[in-house]
Design a protein around this ligand. Sequence first.
Ligand SMILES: [Fe+2]
Ligand SMILES: [Fe+2]
Length: 188
Amino acid sequence: MNNRSKSLIYAATIGLIIVAIFLGFLSSITNPISWILIAVLFLIPMLYKKIKGDDQIVWKEEYSVGIESLDQDHKKLISLLNQFITAYDYAMSESYEREALDDLIAYTKYHFSREEELMVDNEYPDVVAHKEQHRKMFEQVEGFVELYNEKGHDALDEISAFLSNWLINHINGTDKEYTEHLTGRGVK
Ligand SMILES: [Fe+2]
Ligand SMILES: [Fe+2]
């Protein structure tokens, strides 16, 4: 069952409970069933979140590459990724999903070129291999965008898992390898 169907079932359940509460109160304001259902209504969002799990990514100090401008970029990327995951998890409209995906891709592109420029300007010895990782990632992302154009919402599970894993592993692995060289050149 995809997230869109789950969201529809969730909304329908909430709707039915509200109707039942209303009907219960029509018979009597002290109807205990209505009061119990009101309590259930408050508990459902918490249960829904617990069952579904929280996919949001939280920035950790250990992700820092020791260079303020690039840490800011990485934080922004994580926040755009979370925005995209929210659009997917809550099966928002197609335009919101696409906008969140486009924003994430555009900022990733911007960040990659900024990071590459800094590595080139400071003669980082592994710049070619690093750029190759960025290029390959972008190739995969372009493939995912095509998949999204074909399959729509159903493609997002795969896209969201790939982007989350790739970005965190890249920031926390390959990116950190330039820290010593760049900070040694006085990059802050
Ligand atoms: Fe980076
Ligand atoms: Fe990078």
